[in-house]
Design a protein around this ligand. Structure first.
Ligand code: WTA
Length: 663
C-alpha cells in the first residue's frame, strides 16, 4: 500500500465525529433500518419488490439467473420500456404538469422548464425522427452533446426505440470520439454546433467532423444530427448532416413504445481501465432501471415535492444513473445546469439552489474543495435553507470537506451521503441511508440493503474490523454491468479473475472498528482526477505517440483540489534534445497540449518532467511508486529493487533544473 494510503488509514482512526440523522427525516424516511434485515433474509425478494416500483409490459419469470457467472440476467422474461418508465407513466398517473427538468443555461435568464407532458412529446418526436433516419432497435447511437435538454431527450428517444446509446463526454477530443464510435459501430452521432462555457460559445461540431474524417472509409456513421445551441457557423456536409430541428420538430408526438426484454442493452459507457483501450461498459434495461430508481429513492430519501440537483455531466455514469434514469424513473423534479460553477460568478450554483429551492444536492468532492478554497462568504450570500440532503460521489471525500459541506451548504443539519459506486456497478452500492445512518465524515459506511460488499486480503479472506484490503462484491446486483462491449473475455479477466466468484472493484478500502467501510481509492493504474477516471497507460500511450517522445511514465500525484493530478515523466528521443540533453519549455507545453488533443482537456498533465531515465525493476517494470514520491515532493522510498539505483538521483536532479512545468 502506498504511503498516501497508509496515511489515510492512520488518519481515519482519529476521526470520532458522528452526525445522527435529523429526527424528522428519520421519522418519515422512505427506507428505515428494517430494510437491511429484509434484504439479507431474501435478497431476490427484496430486489423483486424494488422492481415492482417500475411499470412492466410483462412481468418476469425469474428474478435472477446466475447460472452462468459472471454473466447475470435479472428479471428474466420480463419486458419494459425505459422511456415509458421515465416519462409516459408519470403523465398517465396525472403528473403531466409536474416539472421534470428546470433547465438552466449558462447565459443569464436562458432557462427552460420542461414538464413531464412536454418531455413525453419531445421524446416521442425524437424517437420518430430517429426511426425516420434509419435507426433500428439494437443500433448504436453516439451522443456527443453539452448539458442540454436535447441530450436527455436523445438518450430517452434511443431507449424508447431500443437503440443503444453511447454518450461521449463533450470535453473529450475528436480522437476519443472516433475510437468510441468505431468500437461500438455507431450509425448516428447526435451533437450540437456548440455550447456555452465560461460566458462564451465553444464549438463541438468540428470535433465530430474531424472524427469522421479520421475514420475515413471505415466510418460507420450514416447521419449526424445537429442541435442548434449557439448559432455559430458550422461546416455542413449535406450527405451526412441533419439539423435536429429539421428532423424532430415536425414529427408527431404520438409514438407507440415497444416493450423490450429486461436484458435488452440500454447503453454502453466507455471508461478508463488499466490498459490504453477504454472499456465499453454494457448496461441493460430492467435491472439497471430497478437499481438506479431504488437507490435514488432510498439514498436521497426522495419525496414528491423535492427539487433534486445532480451537478454531474451527462457524459459520465453519474449523469446517466442520477440525472437521467434514476430521477426520471421516480418522477422527480430536477435542475439541470449547462455551465461551469464560476460563470458568470462564483456563486452561480448557490444562486440556482436559492432560485429553485433545491432540496437534494449531489456533487463531487473536487467541487466541494474548490468552493472551500473560494471562501465561505460566497455561499453565505444565498439562502440555502431548502437543502435537506447532500450527496457526494466520485472519490473519497476527506473529512474536512465533508464537515464543511455539511455545515456551510447543509446548514449544519443536512446529512451527507457519501456514495461509493462505479460506472460498472451502475447504481450506488455503499452509502449511508440519510434517515438511518449515523454518519462519519469520510466513510461511505455500509453496503446498501441488497448489496453484499466486503474487504478482503490477498487470499480473498474477509479482513477483520480495523484492517484494510481490497474492496469486493460478493453477490450480483441488478444494475451490474453485463459485459464489456464486444469483449466477454476482457470482462472476465478484468473484474472476476483475481478471486473466483468475487467482483474486484479495483479500490482499496478499510473496515473500521465498527465494521464501517472507508474507501481509500484505486489500487490499480487508474487515476482519479476531479472524480474522473483516467488510465496511466492511456496517457502514456498518448505521450509516446508524439514524435519526439521515446518513453513515458505517468502517475497520479496528490492534488489539493482535483484529488489527483496527472504527472508525466518523459524520456525524449535523442534527436529532440539539445547538447545538454535538456528540452525547452515550449516542448513541454506542446506535450501537455498533445495529450489534451489526444484524449481531452481533463487528461492534460499538470506537470511534465523531462528525464534521462525511468526507474525500472530488473524485469523492466516501471516503478511508479518512486515517481509518485518525486511528483509529491517526498523523499524517495526504497530503491533496492531498481535495476539501476542511481536513476532516481538523475531524476531528482532534473526536478531541480527546470526541465519541468507546473501550473
Ligand atoms: C472512485 C463514478 C471513494 C472509486 C460513480 C471508484 C469513490 C471510481 C467514491 C469509480 C466514493 C467513486 N468514495 N471513492 N464515494 N465514488 N469513487 O466509474 O475509485 O467514474 O472505483 O464512477 O471512483 O469511478 P466512475
Amino acid at each position: 500500500m502506498s504511503e498516501n494510503k497508509s496515511e489515510a488509514l492512520a488518519n481515519l482512526s482519529n476521526e470520532t465525529r458522528r452526525f445522527d440523522p435529523p429526527a424528522e427525516l428519520a421519522e418519515s424516511a422512505n427506507v428505515k433500518a428494517d430494510a437491511y434485515d429484509r434484504a439479507s433474509e431474501d435478497r431476490e425478494a427484496f430486489w423483486a419488490e424494488a422492481a415492482e416500483r417500475l411499470d412492466w409490459g410483462r412481468k418476469w419469470d425469474q428474478v435472477l439467473d446466475w447460472s452462468n457467472p459472471p454473466f447475470a440476467k435479472w428479471f428474466v422474461g420480463g419486458t419494459l420500456n425505459a422511456a415509458v418508465n421515465c416519462v409516459d407513466r408519470h403523465v398517465d398517473a396525472g403528473n403531466g404538469d409536474k416539472v421534470a427538468i428546470h433547465w438552466v443555461g449558462e447565459p443569464a435568464d436562458d432557462t427552460r422548464d420542461i414538464t413531464y407532458a412536454e418531455l413525453k412529446d419531445e421524446v416521442s418526436k425524437a424517437a420518430n425522427a430517429l426511426t425516420e433516419l434509419g435507426v433500428e432497435k439494437g443500433d448504436r447511437v453516439a451522443i456527443y452533446l453539452p448539458m442540454l435538454p436535447e441530450t436527455v431527450i436523445a438518450m430517452l428517444a434511443c431507449a424508447r426505440i431500443g437503440a443503444i446509446h453511447t454518450v461521449v463526454f463533450g470535453g473529450f477530443s475528436s480522437d476519443a470520439l472516433a475510437s468510441r464510435v468505431t468500437d461500438c459501430d455507431a450509425k448516428v452521432i447526435i451533437t450540437s454546433d456548440g455550447g456555452y462555457r465560461r460566458g462564451a460559445p465553444s464549438s463541438l461540431k468540428p470535433a465530430v467532423d474531424e472524427a469522421i474524417e479520421k475514420l475515413g472509409e471505415d466510418s460507420p456513421v450514416q447521419k449526424v444530427l445537429v442541435v442548434r445551441r449557439t448559432g455559430q457557423d458550422v461546416e455542413w456536409n449535406d450527405d451526412l448532416d441533419v439539423w435536429w430541428h429539421d428532423a424532430v420538430d415536425g414529427q408527431s408526438t404520438e409514438h407507440e413504445a415497444e416493450m423490450h426484454d429486461s436484458e435488452h442493452p440500454l447503453y454502453v459507457m466507455y471508461t478508463s481501465g488499466t490498459t490504453g483501450k477504454p472499456k465499453g461498459i454494457l448496461h441493460t434495461t430492467g435491472g439497471y432501471l430497478t437499481g438506479t430508481a431504488y437507490t435514488h429513492w432510498s439514498v436521497f430519501d426522495l419525496k414528491d415535492d423535492d427539487v433534486y440537483w445532480c451537478t454531474a455531466d451527462v457524459g459520465w455514469v453519474t449523469g446517466h444513473s442520477y440525472l437521467v434514469y434514476g430521477p426520471l424513473a421516480n418522477g422527480a423534479t430536477q435542475v439541470m445546469y449547462e455551465g461551469t460553477p464560476d460563470a458568470p460568478h462564483k456563486g452561480r450554483w448557490w444562486e440556482i439552489v436559492q432560485q429553485y429551492g433545491v432540496t437534494i444536492f449531489y456533487t463531487a468532492p473536487t467541487a466541494i474543495r474548490t468552493f472551500m478554497k473560494w471562501g465561505d462568504e460566497i455561499p453565505a450570500e444565498y439562502d440555502l435553507t431548502s437543502i435537506r440532503v447532500l450527496g457526494s460521489v466520485g472519490e473519497p471525500i476527506n473529512p474536512e470537506a465533508y464537515v464543511w459541506y455539511r455545515s456551510t451548504i447543509g446548514g449544519d443539519k443536512a446529512p451527507v451521503v457519501d456514495t461509493w459506486w462505479q460506472t460498472e456497478t451502475g447504481q450506488i452500492m455503499i452509502s449511508p441511508l440519510p434517515g438511518v445512518t449515523s454518519g462519519k465524515p469520510g466513510s461511505a459506511m455500509k453496503p446498501l440493503p441488497g448489496i453484499v460488499a466486503d474487504v478482503v486480503d490477498d487470499d480473498a479472506n474477509s479482513v477483520p474490523d480495523g484492517s484494510g484490503g481490497y474492496l469486493v462484491l460478493r453477490e450480483p446486483w441488478p444494475a451490474m454491468l453485463r459485459t464489456l462491449w464486444g469483449d466477454d473475455q476482457r470482462f472476465k479477466d478484468t473484474y472476476w479473475s483475481r478471486w473466483p466468484g468475487l467482483y474486484f472493484a479495483g479500490d482499496g478500502a478499510k473496515k473500521d472498528d465498527d465494521g464501517d467501510i472507508w474507501v481509500l481509492g484505486r489500487v490499480d493504474d487508474v487515476m482519479n482526477v476531479s472524480g474522473h477516471r483516467l488510465s496511466t497507460t492511456e496517457i502514456e500511450s498518448a505521450l509516446v505517440s508524439h514524435p519526439k517522445v521515446a518513453e513515458a511514465a505517468v502517475v497520479g500525484a496528490a492534488d489539493e483540489t482535483t484529488g489527483q493530478a496527472v504527472c508525466a515523466f518523459v524520456i525524449l528521443k535523442e534527436s529532440a534534445t539539445d547538447d545538454e540533453g535538456t528540452a525547452d519549455d515550449e516542448l513541454i507545453q506542446e506535450l501537455r497540449q498533445h495529450v489534451a488533443k489526444q484524449i481531452g482537456a481533463i487528461a492534460r498533465p499538470r506537470q511534465v518532467m523531462i528525464v534521462p531515465e525511468l526507474p525500472k525493476t530488473r524485469s523492466g517494470k516501471i516503478m511508479r511508486r518512486l515517481l509518485k514520491d518525486v511528483a509529491e515532493h517526498r523523499d524517495v522510498g526504497d530503491v533496492t529493487t531498481l535495476a539501476d539505483s542511481t536513476v532516481m538521483d538523475l531524476i531528482k536532479d532534473k526536478e531541480g533544473s527546470g526541465s519541468s512545468s507546473e501550473d
